[in-house]
Design a protein around this ligand. Structure first.
Ligand SMILES: Nc1ncnc2c1ncn2[C@@H]1O[C@H](COP(=O)(O)OP(=O)(O)OP(=O)(O)O)[C@@H](O)[C@H]1O
Ligand SMILES: [Mg+2]
Length: 623
């Protein structure tokens, strides 16, 4: 960590406030609300002595009262609205225990939470959770203390994209450890974190072709594509090929026994370490996917340390699966571009890795997964001149940073409708965004049977004159094929390995897709756009309802009773349980979901609840 300067102390205060907010949100969404432990009351509700009128936040007409029954504590969150769905923005949380009411801090809440969950689940937290919670706040502190001041320059489209990828100071708003990066030295954090504006050259190994695995869907094979961008002059003869890795990963790989053995000079030598070479790449929001404007590709590298909570290693079945999705998407290219001319799925185009002889299976996997690299096409080929591309999380996540960007885009966009009042302009702008976003994803899911994960970090938005012009979809690693929706010819063409890697049951696919698109993405976009303007929240949800209805009519589902259609009838949105998964040490891919309510439940019910709260009667807990 940097020395304890004033900057560091202020950064720590901010990091703990972020940490508290995400942790309370996780508890509220995953445990308290589903168990009926949350009430939204009028701030002047007489059942809470000392809160009438609310001294916590005089301009907040509501208070969320969140119980932690096992530790006999209550969290109070002043709100500016009775939410249509989910959890609105909260500036400050308060802790009520016995007769006291005091500002809540991260450390106290983390302790209370671990005790509460231990009693709730009847088990201790996963071994490393406490440490990971602390680590996430430590990394946040480092990021906030070391960040560069310039932000995202919308006037410079060539820079704005990577600046947006590197601007995510807050991270995932519903993850208990959004910034945890385990096993890194402090100096690694400042060298490799996107949030501090990191840039570095790739490190190259030479590998004997017999020890290389590769596949490409382009005319050239992976090693030729790499050779065109890397130091091919350092290869002594054509029996060797190049493989680039992230610089941190180079150090990790060089420490593995089988890599050390393969580096030994002699007849059996399989690897040579060539060191850093070539232009500087910048890490995008995922930390491990790297961008350079001079390169034809994003390099999705492996990192054998945990980011958020997963080791980011590229296993061969995942690489092969992602490439297969690319070829399936190619077959749909004409149809897709006819329906959606400004929707650009970013192909994963080639992968490569290294297989070394080793008697130990775990060592073999460490090497193959540790070298695994995917080449993804860049945005540059599709970006129009002057188009500003921004990762959606930089807009609809990232709290005040995101709202600042939206404000600046709207200021430019207003040139088209100079007379339009500000809130009406925001609605029109959001409608234009929804029109770009929802249609292609519903089409792909409903009619092609391909489930993507269009969460805020996997979508890049292109803007022309401040207006959404294009949507870029990335990350095929977690894309899946929904067996019941596939065209028979495609279903029959899948090999056994592809079936195992890619096929997904309808119920799971639907939850994951709906969560990513509606809960993680659109719901957060509504939260940002209606920040401090509760009066437009219902209108924004109306726009979503209209666009979803239009897309479902245009691209109907073969299974009309599905969750997607159900959403319009008031079925609750699902939310992934990141906290529960971390607490119970479950696998991320097996995470469960909880309902967070619907913005389209009967309006009458919504108004009834609001009025009962305003009149001081105890309303039903939020579902
Ligand atoms: N709203 C968000 N939703 C999901 N992830 C987010 C969000 N905001 C920040 N993130 C972060 O973005 C990263 C997403 O990881 P993900 O697995 O999608 O990417 P990846 O597969 O590593 O890389 P790429 O997206 O380049 O393929 C995680 O570190 C996650 O914490
Ligand atoms: Mg991603």
């Amino acid at each position: 960590m940097p020395p304890k300067t004033k900057t560091h102390s202020l950064a720590r205060v901010e990091a703990e406030a972020h940490g508290l907010d995400t942790l309370v949100r996780c508890y509220w969404r995953e445990i308290a609300a589903p168990a009926g432990l949350v009430q939204i009351n009028a701030a002047a509700y007489p059942g809470y002595p000392g809160l009438s009128p609310c001294p916590l936040a005089p301009h907040r007409p509501y208070v969320a009262v969140i119980s932690m029954p096992h530790v006999q504590a209550t969290i109070l969150a002043p709100l500016d609205r009775h939410p249509h769905i989910g959890i609105p923005d909260v500036d400050r949380y308060w802790l009520r225990r016995r007769n006291s009411c005091e500002p809540l801090n991260w450390k106290t809440f983390a302790d209370l939470l671990l005790r509460e969950l231990s009693a709730h689940f009847g088990q201790l937290p996963a071994a490393e959770l406490r440490e990971q919670l602390g680590l996430s706040v430590d990394v946040s502190t480092m990021i906030l203390a070391s960040r560069r001041p310039q932000g995202v320059d919308l006037g410079d489209p060539d820079q704005a994209y990577i600046q947006s990828e590197q601007s995510l100071l807050r991270g995932h708003p519903y993850h208990p450890t959004p910034k945890a990066r385990s096993g890194l030295l402090d100096s690694d954090l400042t060298t490799y974190s996107p949030e501090v504006g990191a840039k570095f050259s790739l490190h190259y190994f030479a590998v004997k072709r017999d020890a290389m695995v590769q596949h490409s869907i382009l005319a050239a094979d992976a090693q030729t594509l790499i050779a065109a961008e890397g130091p091919s002059h350092l290869l002594s003869d054509p029996s060797w090929a190049l493989i680039p890795v992230h610089p941190w990963q180079a150090g990790y790989l060089l420490g593995l026994e089988s890599v050390k053995a393969a580096l030994q000079p002699g007849a059996g030598q399989l690897l040579r370490y060539l060191g850093a070479y070539g232009p500087e790449f910048s890490p995008t929001a995922s930390v491990r996917t790297l961008f350079a404007s001079s390169s034809r590709f994003f390099y999705k590298t492996s990192l054998s340390f945990r980011i958020t909570n997963c080791l980011r290693r590229n296993a061969l079945p995942e690489l092969a699966g992602a490439l297969r999705i690319s070829s399936i998407m190619r077959d749909l290219k004409i149809e897709l571009s006819e329906h959606f001319p400004s929707f650009y799925p970013l192909e994963e185009q080639a992968y490569l890795s290294v297989c070394l002889p080793s008697t130990d299976e775990s060592e073999r996997r460490k090497v193959t997964e540790g070298f695994g690299l995917m080449l993804r096409e860049t945005i540059e080929a599709k970006r129009q001149v002057g188009e500003v591309c921004l990762v959606a999380a930089a807009l609809f996540g990232n709290a005040g940073g995101g709202r600042g960007l939206i404000r600046r885009l709207l200021a430019t966009a207003s040139a088209r409708y100079p007379q339009l009042p500000r809130l009406d302009l925001a609605k029109r702008w959001f409608a234009a965004y929804l029109e770009q976003l929802i249609g292609p994803l519903i089409y792909l899911y409903n009619q092609a049977g391909i489930m993507f994960e269009p969460h805020l970090q996997n979508i890049v938005v292109g803007f022309a004159d401040g207006w959404p012009r294009a949507v870029y979809l990335r990350d095929y690693e977690n894309a899946r094929l929904v067996a019941s929706r596939l065209k028979p010819r495609l279903a029959l063409s899948l090999s056994r390995e592809e079936q195992e890697e890619l096929l997904y049951p309808e119920d799971k696919a639907e939850l994951r897709f709906t969560y990513c698109l509606f809960t993680n993405h659109i719901h957060e976009a509504v939260r940002q756009l209606s920040y401090a303007c509760p009066e437009i929240e219902a209108d924004l949800w109306d726009l979503v309802r209209v666009e979803l209805g239009r897309c479902l009519r245009r691209f109907p589902s073969a299974h009309p009773t599905s969750l997607l259609e159900g959403l319009l009838k008031g079925r609750p949105f699902p939310a992934k349980t990141n906290l529960i998964t971390r607490f119970t040490a479950g696998k991320d891919a097996l995470a469960s979901y909880v309902p967070i309510g619907s913005p389209w439940r009967q309006n009458a019910e919504y108004h009834a609840r609001t009025q009962s709260a305003a009149s001081g009667q105890l309303p039903r807990a939020l579902a």
